[in-house]
Every structure is written in structure tokens, then in C-alpha cells.
Write a protein that binds this ligand. Structure first.
Ligand code: KG4
Ligand code: ZN
Length: 338
């Protein structure tokens, strides 16, 4: 393929087994995603041991599918990018061991990649002209960060959650409403039929100058509301609870992102992670950004949630900087950004 750089990317940090082939960092040749959601649904959340076992069963097949879909063979790959954290340790180790074996066998570089950096990088695939600097809101099942992306791989953390991640709050509220897993898409859909002003749930802004987040108080407020209503034998309008809860999350995410962008003097806000697929968040952020003269970007839904293409993009920029890992690389469940 001439001077093109082909990355094989592997992502197994949670409940998706995914392998992608990415050309020159931003072009997807294949992005195979095998979701385990159906398997974990009956437990109401991801069971780590079950996730690891399923990754082991799937990974070889997904690697082959990614090659076939991209119409290439192993010898065409220039380097392997792999998520080595943050995530579930057993799940991470499956992808990492596969990546190490391939890098060793093919005698090509291994590039350990940060999962959160991957989420941010999904935007480089979606928006070919996007370049740092920009302000990025990363909202997923495991992470909530407001970050100033100074350059590729260079971050200043403006704020982070002090307790639950935004997606985690969606999942927990969904569970308490008996709606199932993952909660985000279910609550998103129900919210379109509910009144977001029906219940006045709290918005946690924390200290005046803080860009940190907190969602556990909101989660408890929803639980208290549901218990009170049950005790009083009053009907619960699930759509209204969903819409009011979602609005409370969205208000804080939007306000803090705008403050962060102004603080860093950037006129671009980028969203990333599973919760960036939320239609209420997208709409509210679009309206506020328009008012403030800020450009908003986010990935298509399939690139918001976990996928290997985003890891391929992040790995490509690391590779270009010579940030190659050696084969002793270990999984880091609590790996930080930056
Ligand atoms: O980024 P992701 O696939 O995995 C992590 O790295 O955590 O995010 C999964 C999270 C789940 O908590 C899920 O409920 C949430 O993203 N999510 C959504 C939506 N789609 C997925 N949350 C709100 N609205 C959605 N439409
Ligand atoms: Zn993720």
C-alpha cells in the first residue's frame, strides 16, 4: 500500500471485542465490533470474568474478520495498537496478549494505547479536518472528564467526576427503574416522551470555580423519589423520571463544558464516549454552543461507544511520535490520561 501506514487496533477493555484496520490514522478500512451486551444483560451489568472468557473465545475470529473486511493480510500491517488501560484487567489482558503475540510474530511495533485517548480520537476519524487545540468532554460508562486537548497526546485535565461516571449514573438509574442494561440508550429513548421539568432533581455544580462533576447525589435523589412515591402509593411516570434525570445530567455537562472552553479560550467543543450518543445532550450542547459562537463536534453513534478504530487512530499518532511499547507492557486497569 505504498507509503500508507496501516494500523491493526485491538480493543477489549470492557464488553466489546473489537479489531480494526485503520489507514493513516483517520481512515477506517474495517472496524469489527462484537458486543457482549446480550450476554451481560441478564446480570444487569458487565460481569468481568464472563467478559474475559468471551473475549478469549472471540478474539482470533475478530482479528481475521478485520483483515478480510479490509482486504489485507498480516504482512500489510505496519504496527499493532492495543488498549492497555483503563478497563477490566482480565479483559484488557486478552487483547494485550493477542497484540503482543502478533507484534512479536510479525516483527512489527506494539503501541500501547489509552482507552480514554481512544474515545477522544474517534473525533479525528469522524472529522477529517479536526486538529487540536480544543476542549473535550469525555462521557462514558467508566469516565467523565473535561479536558483541554493541547496537541495529539497532550492533555490538561480541567475536571473529572468525583464519584460515578455519567454513563454509570444512566445505568444505575435505569436499573432502579427496572429498565435494564445498558441504561443510557433506554433512558434516552424514554426521555423523548417525558417532561424534563416534571421532577426537580438536583444539579451538582460543586465549588464555584470547580469543573469537577458528581453524579452520585443525583442517583440517590432519583432512588429517594422512587421510594417516596412507592410509600405514598402514587403512580410513577417512568418517562418523566427518565426525562427529568437526563436533563439534570445534561444541564451540568453543558454548563461546565462551556465554562471550560471559555477558560481555555477555545472555540471548539468536542464530545466523546458512549454518553455523547445521547440525543438530549447533543441537542442541548448544540443550542448552547450556537448561542456562544462555539463549534461543536461529536462522532457518529457507532464511534461514540467502544470500538477499535478509535484505538487505531490514537495509536497511529503515538506511533508517529515514536512512542512504541516493548513486549513487557502490562495491563493498567487504572491508567490515567496524559
Ligand atoms: O464509551 P462506552 O461504550 O464504554 C466505556 O468506556 O465506558 O460507554 C458506555 C456507556 C454506558 O454507560 C451506556 O449506558 C452509555 O455509555 N450510553 C448512553 C447512550 N448510549 C450509550 N448514555 C446516554 N445516552 C445514550 N444514548
Ligand atoms: Zn469506552
Amino acid at each position: 500500500m505504498g507509503n500508507d501506514i496501516l494500523t491493526m487496533a485491538i480493543e477489549t477493555s470492557c464488553d466489546e471485542t473489537s479489531v480494526a484496520i485503520v489507514k493513516n490514522g483517520r481512515n477506517i478500512l474495517s472496524n469489527i465490533i462484537s458486543s457482549q451486551i446480550e450476554l451481560h444483560k441478564k446480570f444487569g451489568g458487565v460481569v468481568p470474568e464472563v467478559a474475559s472468557r468471551k473475549h478469549i473465545e472471540n478474539i482470533d475470529m475478530i482479528v481475521q474478520q478485520a483483515l478480510d473486511k479490509a482486504k489485507i493480510t498480516f504482512k500489510d500491517i505496519d504496527h499493532i495498537a492495543v488498549t492497555y488501560g483503563p478497563g477490566l484487567v482480565g479483559a484488557l489482558l486478552v487483547g494485550l496478549s493477542t497484540a503482543k503475540a502478533l507484534a512479536y510474530g510479525l516483527n512489527i511495533p506494539l503501541v500501547g494505547t489509552n482507552h480514554i485517548e481512544g474515545h477522544i480520537s474517534a473525533n479525528f476519524i469522524e472529522h477529517k479536518d479536526l486538529e487540536p487545540p480544543f476542549t473535550c468532554l469525555i462521557v462514558s460508562g467508566g469516565h467523565t472528564h473535561l479536558v483541554y486537548v493541547e496537541d495529539y497526546g497532550s492533555y490538561k485535565i480541567l475536571g473529572r467526576t468525583r464519584d460515578d461516571a455519567a454513563g454509570e449514573a444512566f445505568d444505575k438509574v435505569s436499573r432502579s427503574l427496572g429498565l435494564g442494561y445498558p441504561g443510557g440508550p433506554i433512558i434516552d429513548k424514554l426521555s423523548t416522551k417525558g417532561n424534563s421539568n416534571a421532577i426537580d432533581f438536583p444539579r451538582a455544580y460543586l465549588e464555584e470555580d470547580s469543573l469537577d462533576f458528581s453524579f452520585s447525589g443525583l442517583k440517590s435523589a432519583v432512588l429517594n423519589y422512587l421510594n417516596n412515591m412507592k410509600q405514598k402509593r402514587q403512580d410513577i411516570v417512568v418517562e418523566d423520571v427518565a426525562a427529568s434525570f437526563q436533563q439534570a445530567v445534561v444541564d451540568v455537562l453543558v454548563d461546565k463544558s462551556i465554562i471550560g472552553a471559555k477558560l481555555m479560550d477555545t472555540d471548539i467543543i468536542v464530545m466523546a464516549g458512549g454518553v455523547a450518543a445521547n440525543s438530549g445532550l447533543r441537542k442541548a450542547m448544540e443550542e448552547r454552543c450556537k448561542k456562544e459562537g462555539i463549534t461543536l463536534k461529536y462522532p457518529s453513534k457507532i464511534l461514540c461507544t467502544d470500538n477499535a478504530a478509535m484505538i487505531g487512530c490514537a495509536g497511529y499518532y503515538r506511533y508517529r511520535k515514536g512512542q512504541v511499547s516493548d513486549l513487557t507492557l502490562n495491563a493498567m486497569p487504572n491508567l490515567k490520561l496524559g
